[in-house]
Design a protein around this ligand. Structure first.
Ligand SMILES: [Zn+2]
Length: 100
């Protein structure tokens, strides 16, 4: 997820370099870098938030809406109705957050 932020920041900066020429070039580049950084920080914070919630609930968090499913009967998420399987969910979160 943090990777998306980095890729986004690089992509946005590249867009600024290629598309914005002339007097607005540096202004455009600066604003794209600033927005790219904001986006990067936002995804980092989002990443930390998801990790904390997943860790606190033993990876039993809804894949769609992050609703904690620790005390919920297997079947569907009561918040958004997404079907879930405890083992599949644990595996999916572990793969998504801890593959390094
Ligand atoms: Zn849900």
């Amino acid at each position: 997820m943090a990777f998306v932020g980095v890729a986004g920041a690089i992509g946005i900066s590249a867009f600024g370099i290629v598309v914005l020429q002339g007097p607005t070039y540096w202004l455009g580049l600066a604003s794209y870098v600033i927005w790219g950084s904001c986006y990067f920080v936002a995804t980092m914070l989002h990443d930390v938030k998801v990790r904390r919630r997943v860790a606190a609930n033993d990876a039993l968090v809804c894949w769609q809406c992050w609703y904690p499913l620790t005390n919920v009967e297997p079947g569907r998420c009561p918040e958004c109705g997404t079907p879930f399987d405890r083992e599949a969910l644990r595996l999916a979160w572990t793969k998504a957050l801890y593959r390094r």
